[in-house]
Design a protein around this ligand. Structure first.
Ligand SMILES: C[S@@+](CC[C@H](N)C(=O)[O-])C[C@H]1O[C@@H](n2cnc3c(N)ncnc32)[C@H](O)[C@@H]1O
Length: 259
């Protein structure tokens, strides 16, 4: 499990994987929102809303420092903003693909004056330009799976979270049973074909099912989160387990271990 991460076709190392992922999202950015809503029949909006609701207590605190990492075109950020009080500290919305981030920034900029706001930040999730122990909440939607190294991602999130800070990772999963088999046909055959049609590109929508297949199943992800020092690790399936939200916290006090 250690050292696993996204592996777009043809990449040889982690730097290569990160570059391929960034180029792919920059390339599909103009069509990303449209395709997302079409391919998920708008269920993605429900998933972002549920994620924001799960963290409503921390979002309601005006001084809470919140990061949406791998924010893409900013739809999870917008759902989080709906839970922020007026005058709250701006949410940091970060991504390394400029094409995606600039679309998010436009959405944040179009908010009514005086409404809770977000700041767009071009940054790599594995090397965040943020102080250690500075954040109360990190959330990410459909981005974690794309990191070149999952362990390094969890380590970096742990570093920037305050003790007691919370983490939420929303991502796809592969449901089991009959529904899982039917869904697999949609996800592996129909979805790439629609993606190709709308986007005019082959790669990204073949990469999506491949990346979900490569992503650790919930039991393994939870083991990894615990191994990286997180506590209260849990997974909440959404929509029959097509997606799900991992939650965890950086411990307030780290117990000394006897060697
Ligand atoms: C599938 S999109 C999800 C966007 C958005 N969160 C959503 O829910 O629609 C994945 C995003 O993760 C970003 N991403 C992947 N790896 C990243 C990394 N190492 N650092 C920052 N962003 C990354 C991509 O650029 C892309 O915008």
């Amino acid at each position: 499990m250690s050292g696993t991460g996204a592996k777009p076709a043809g990449v040889v190392d982690e730097a290569d994987a990160a570059r391929a992922v960034r180029q792919m999202f920059d390339a599909i950015a103009p069509r990303y929102d449209l395709l997302n809503h079409v391919l998920s029949a708008n269920v993605d909006r429900l998933w972002w809303w549920r994620t924001a609701r799960r963290f409503r207590a921390v979002l309601a605190r005006p001084d809470a420092a919140v990061l949406d990492i791998c924010c893409g075109t900013g739809d999870l950020t917008m759902a989080l903003l709906n839970r922020r009080p007026r005058g709250a500290t701006p949410i940091l919305a970060a991504d390394f693909a400029r094409g995606m981030l600039s679309r998010g920034a436009r959405k944040f900029g179009a908010r009514k004056s005086g409404a809770p706001c977000a700041v767009a930040l071009e940054a790599d999730a594995l090397h965040l330009p943020l102080r250690s122990a500075s954040l109360d909440l990190i959330v990410t939607a459909f981005g974690f799976r794309n990191l070149a190294n999952y362990e390094a991602g969890l380590r970096e999130f742990y570093r920037v979270l305050k003790p007691g800070g919370q983490l939420g990772i929303l991502d796809f999963a592969e449901p089991g049973g009959l529904l899982g088999r039917v869904y697999a046909v949609y996800f592996r055959r129909v979805l790439p074909a629609i993606g190709r049609l709308v986007c005019g590109k082959d790669g990204p929508y073949n990469y999506l099912p491949a990346s979900v297949g490569n992503f650790p199943p919930p039991g393994e992800m939870l083991d990894l989160m615990r191994a990286m020092g997180y506590e209260e690790c849990a997974w909440q399936p959404y929509t029959f387990g097509i997606a799900g939200l991992y939650t965890a916290a950086r411990p307030v006090v780290v117990e000394e271990r006897d060697e």
